[in-house]
Write a protein that binds this ligand. Sequence first.
Ligand SMILES: Cc1cc2nc3c(=O)[nH]c(=O)nc-3n(C[C@H](O)[C@H](O)[C@H](O)COP(=O)(O)O)c2cc1C
Length: 282
Amino acid sequence: MISAKGLFYSTANTMRLLQTCDQDLPLVVQLYGCDPEIMSRAVSTLYAEGFRYFDLNCGCSVKKVVKTGAGAALLKDPGLLLKMVSVMADRAGPGRVGVKMRLGWNIEQLVYLDLAAPLAEAGAGWITLHPRTAVQQFTGQAAWQALKNLKEITLIPVVASGDLFTAGNALDCVRQTGVDTVMFARGALMDPAIGMRYQNLLQGRADLPRNQEFTLRLCMEAIETYRRHASSRAVLKLRTLLPRMIRGLPGAKDLRKRIILCRQWAELEEVMTSAREHLEKE
Ligand SMILES: Cc1cc2nc3c(=O)[nH]c(=O)nc-3n(C[C@H](O)[C@H](O)[C@H](O)COP(=O)(O)O)c2cc1C
């Protein structure tokens, strides 16, 4: 998620978040903002940089974002939201702009169904729905029934988000609601292979392993990728990410204790390498 304003001012953090690699093609970026002029310029700039699909964030309920009028706050101003989509679609072309939204700001103001047709008319090529309100944040259960309701009244693709913690959850959600596809979030933080597992499940192929060896390999890949593409501060991020990935494995508690003490890449790699060697000896 990139701030359109941050891009306008080329802030260091925004430029860092925009880093890509060949595996990311075709390039898709999610933007947040509430100024149509700045958003329009952001799409043009990014298009020139090779980005081809653009998602407007209308779902983020974090205070820092909503207090600026962006993210889920746009759900309180449908006129502005439609204007944003329209200027983005003008710049990006048909089928290239999506909207990521929640049900509405709060339970008294559910707007997702009323917005479906105007969004499509304004040029939205798909809608991703996280079926909770902004006020709910992450509490309670995602209301998958709302995904079904939305899918029934719109012709543009609907992407499901919300409580998809496993590939099986995603398949259940697609079957129950008829949505076109899914977006993983917390599930991918716990298991970065969740997308591949989902593809395998859809196509009737065998699941990827769920053992220590496979997970430790994923952890090593995560460390390598972060080390290559992120700043040294990313060690701190991995100290929260890796424990989520190893949760439930034998020896996870001890390994977690060692991971959260790491301050440098070398320490992190050593801890994970010794975990792997230990495993090989067993
Ligand atoms: C750590 C974290 C970061 C997120 N960042 C974004 C984001 O940048 N853009 C976005 O549209 N949603 C973001 N989300 C929300 C997710 O896309 C998703 O809608 C939400 O987590 C519900 O799905 P889940 O229950 O399967 O996690 C984030 C969620 C989490 C937990």
